[in-house]
Design a protein around this ligand. Structure first.
Ligand code: GLV
Ligand code: MN
Ligand code: MN
Length: 419
């Protein structure tokens, strides 16, 4: 018997969760989602999903960093489970699919097995992980990184948001600082279904992507300090303009991408540029800015970081400012497991889907679990050129259904594997 998912139920759940933290985006003219990690909206979303997990008969456990695991028994519960999941937090201007498709897709897999009264050989665990986005506390994949031992719990608990609120107190405030010790789980395999968040699958006419790995990511926070002074009266030669320095670094980042010196796929973004005091007639005396670098080649990433740091050190000298740099997140390029990739590809074949191998451009919880157990991901194409971190993010019901059906069949196959 080869069950398939209930697409309407999946869409209903995506819609219901998407209503939590929804806002009307003036720019795009549609509704977006803002569910920052450990905010009230995140808490409401978490509760909704946990309620569904309970209704599906799963046994729930919350760990010390707020990751939520829900397990369904197998025939042999002495065997390691197959785990699947993603995240329910969003960026400030998010859409309805990033992370949530992987969480609600996992739930739909369980609901489908329940509908058909099917028990797998191995137990199954579906999960959502704390602060995958990293935009509130500065470090992405935080919950899965702590669960898999890359980031120590105490360090993660101590991270602060822009208002000085720390991860631990926010976990406690929303009731998700759980009792389960972190680092105790070792699944048989991990699979995550996620939207591609890029244009490749759609433009090349594929129904699905089998993800080969994730590119390296480096995040830094720069604090540039010059001198605030009158915009009209301060001659150019007297200025110590931190805003100008931020702009020069941003332009340099683009030049580096275009140079080809760091490989064809280097990407660089200054997503936060926050000048102080922030007045039309005051030279910015201080700017906090972020530098997001991505590269599938770790050596090229290292060179890019070194060269960019040399550039800003020279700028600090020439423009009479100080620049402090803090590394807030850093993950190397990750290669996913060949067998799990092949299992996903075989599941896609069995549905007659056109699929290709593809490298992930975004960070994902799966990359953290890949250090602990064989791991790979299923990518679902996105409309609107695959735009993501934007309210226009959209995958059709059919695209979602195909991805989650492949997730289901992949899980069934992995869960049948012997010890
Ligand atoms: C997470 O979405 C990231 O890649 O920034
Ligand atoms: Mn995501
Ligand atoms: Mn994201």
């Amino acid at each position: 018997m080869r069950p398939t998912i209930n697409s309407h139920r999946l869409q209903d759940s995506l819609e219901e969760l998407g209503a939590i933290g929804a806002f009307d985006s003036e720019h795009e003219g549609i509704r977006g989602v803002c569910r920052l990690a450990l905010s009230d909206q995140d808490a409401t979303g978490r509760q909704l999903v946990m309620g569904w997990m309970k209704q599906a008969g799963l046994e729930i456990s919350v760990d010390q960093i707020g990751n939520v695991y829900a397990t369904r028994s197998g025939h042999d519960n002495t065997l390691a489970p197959v785990m699947t999941g993603s995240h329910v937090d969003s960026v400030p201007t998010g859409g309805r699919f990033d992370g949530t498709l992987g969480v609600l897709g996992a739930l739909e897999v369980i609901r489908t097995l329940n509908d058909h009264n099917l028990t797998t050989h191995r137990p199954l665990t579906i999960a959502f992980f704390t602060d995958e986005e990293g935009c509130r506390f500065g470090t992405d994949m935080l919950g899965s990184a702590v669960a898999t031992g890359r980031i120590p719990l105490e360090q993660a608990w101590g991270l602060k948001d822009a208002d000085g609120l720390c991860v631990r107190s926010e976990l406690e405030r929303i009731g998700f600082c759980g009792p389960e010790p972190v680092g105790s789980r070792k699944p048989h395999a991990f699979v995550e279904c996620h939207v591609e968040q890029g244009p490749v699958l759609l433009h090349e006419g594929f129904d699905l992507g089998v993800v080969t790995g994730v590119q390296g990511i480096s995040w830094q926070r720069l604090t540039m300090t010059g001198a605030p002074a009158h915009a009209g009266t301060t001659p150019t030669s007297f200025r110590r303009d931190a805003g100008l320095v931020a702009a020069k670094i941003n332009v340099r980042m683009r030049e580096m991408c275009l140079s080809g010196d760091y490989g064809p796929d280097m990407r660089a973004t200054m997503g936060v540029i926050d000048p102080k005091p922030g007045s039309v007639n005051v030279i910015p005396g201080r700017v906090v800015a972020t530098v997001d670098l991505r590269n599938p080649d770790d050596h090229a990433m290292k060179r890019a970081k070194t060269d960019l740091a040399s550039y800003w050190r020279a700028l600090a000298e020439s423009d009479s400012v100080t620049i402090e740099a803090e590394q807030t997140a850093r993950t190397p390029a990750v290669a996913f497991d060949a067998h799990v990739q092949d299992t996903i590809a075989a599941a896609a074949e069995s549905f007659g889907l056109r699929h290709r191998r593809i490298l992930a451009g975004a960070g994902h919880d799966a990359q953290e679990w890949s250090r602990i157990c064989p791991t790979a991901m299923v990518f679902v194409p996105g409309e609107n050129d695959g735009i993501s971190h934007n309210p226009l993010e959209f995958s059709t019901p059919q695209q979602c259904e195909r991805g989650v059906n492949v997730l289901l069949r992949t899980i069934l196959s992995l869960a049948d594997e012997p010890a």
